[in-house]
Design a protein around this ligand. Sequence first.
Ligand SMILES: Cc1cc2nc3c(=O)[nH]c(=O)nc-3n(C[C@H](O)[C@H](O)[C@H](O)COP(=O)(O)OP(=O)(O)OC[C@H]3O[C@@H](n4cnc5c(N)ncnc54)[C@H](O)[C@@H]3O)c2cc1C
Length: 479
Amino acid sequence: MQAIPSEFLEIDRKERVNRPFFDLDLRPAEERTCDFDDVVISFDPERAMVEAARCIHCPDPAPCMVACPPHNDIPSAMWLIEQGRFDEAAEIYHKTSSLAEICGRICPHEALCQGSCVLNKHNAPVLTGELETFAVDYQRRVSGYVIPLGTPTGKKVAIIGAGPAGLGCTDILIRLGHEVTIFESKPGPGGLLMYGIPNFKLPKDVWSEKWEQFKNAGVKFVPNTYIGRDKTIDGLFAEGFDAVFIGIGSEIDAKMEDTPGVDLPGVYEATDFLIRGNVEHDLLPANMRKPLELGKRVVVIGGGDTASDCLRTALRLGSEEVTCLYRRTEKEMPGGKKDRQMARDEGAKYRFLTQPVKFIAGADGKLAAVECIEMRLGEPDAKGRRKPIPVEGSNFSVACDTAVLALGYWPDPIIGDTTPDLKVHSYGLITAEKRTGTTSRPGIFSGGDCVTGPDLVVSAMVAGREAAVTIDKYLRNEA
Ligand SMILES: Cc1cc2nc3c(=O)[nH]c(=O)nc-3n(C[C@H](O)[C@H](O)[C@H](O)COP(=O)(O)OP(=O)(O)OC[C@H]3O[C@@H](n4cnc5c(N)ncnc54)[C@H](O)[C@@H]3O)c2cc1C
């Protein structure tokens, strides 16, 4: 429900519909490819107030609020921002979101809140994502934000994985008074916020400032601990934890195992490439500390958002010719148009209907070219996407010294393999109820990408928050 009901607002909707729209300001492509800083130029207070005042305050429930996975009360936040009441607007977001400054930056807003804004019919949508970022950044940096803690219950919960799902779950549990310890296989917290999503989309200082709030709230963090190998879930119960939440994501890169030459020096998996290209040395996992050996000509294989992130990272690392190879046409590409356009503006090229079939070594034994075959589109597959079919005899080669495989992700089966009676499916995804995170084992809950497969930060965060509500009931013997 909206905190500030629209019927009490005295506004002239018709006049608001026609207010001028100014799109987000981006740093020029030639400037932003020289560094890893944020691409978007943040709003200042005046710009934020003007933009928020374009909201026409639809009746409750407003379409933007319905389309937002955590159902942020966007109209009330717009009203408060319009009046310069930025801290109060930030509090509105904190009520429903554990990662507002992050979702404000990297949610696909054009498919969610902004996509459903009724102003789309007449003008351009209110830039709700950037306004969320502005309000929460403002509060954090000017006034400060402290996560309010509940009265201690004496119950202890282990969270496995410090990504958005684990953090959403942690946020709610500590507000309800439970003690939380996060076990994480990597040296630092954040999951893909830290070890995947590049800095130019999500600056690392934004994430570390957010993490400070969890640390200040007393959340315990145990790094470099791979559950399933270093400890088991039953071991955690034996240590005295009352419940366990699994939020381990779906982070194993899909491979091209049968493609000759895939092991050549110069061929990287997307995760390895993005982590080594974007994370500072001290926070790199031990097996990723060797610097990337990046050539001037890079090909990225795949068509999703990860491919766009790899193309844009390669350009920032100094590569001169950066090309995406994709086996279908642009129409079938799963990645967002906005990121693809930014990649193009920054200099990335696209080659469609192209399937790599062999990685070819040069005289030095390193990657020198990728042999490809042309594809054509056949009938739609089970998901309705037209199937790519090789055109016989159409082989050609693309010279390159680096290839990055951005082909998608699989779940890590280790938790299912080492936890008796925990049901899993589809190569290791954990079977858990939507909205509650309940698994086949009492006391064990799960949510995020390890349940759904690769999805979004916001959906993982919501799943973690919802599971926390069920965990609370379980701990109070109400479930
Ligand atoms: C390159 C890339 C770019 C993306 N860009 C966007 C974007 O712009 N917007 C968006 O909304 N989404 C984006 N996503 C998707 C988004 O990052 C994920 O959907 C989200 O992070 C999932 O959250 P999670 O908590 O389920 O998993 P993760 O973020 O993957 O976190 C899981 C954590 O568990 C840890 N872990 C794994 N196994 C174990 C174990 N056995 N023991 C202990 N710890 C373990 C991992 O190290 C990790 O820290 C992107 C994904 C990728 C790969």
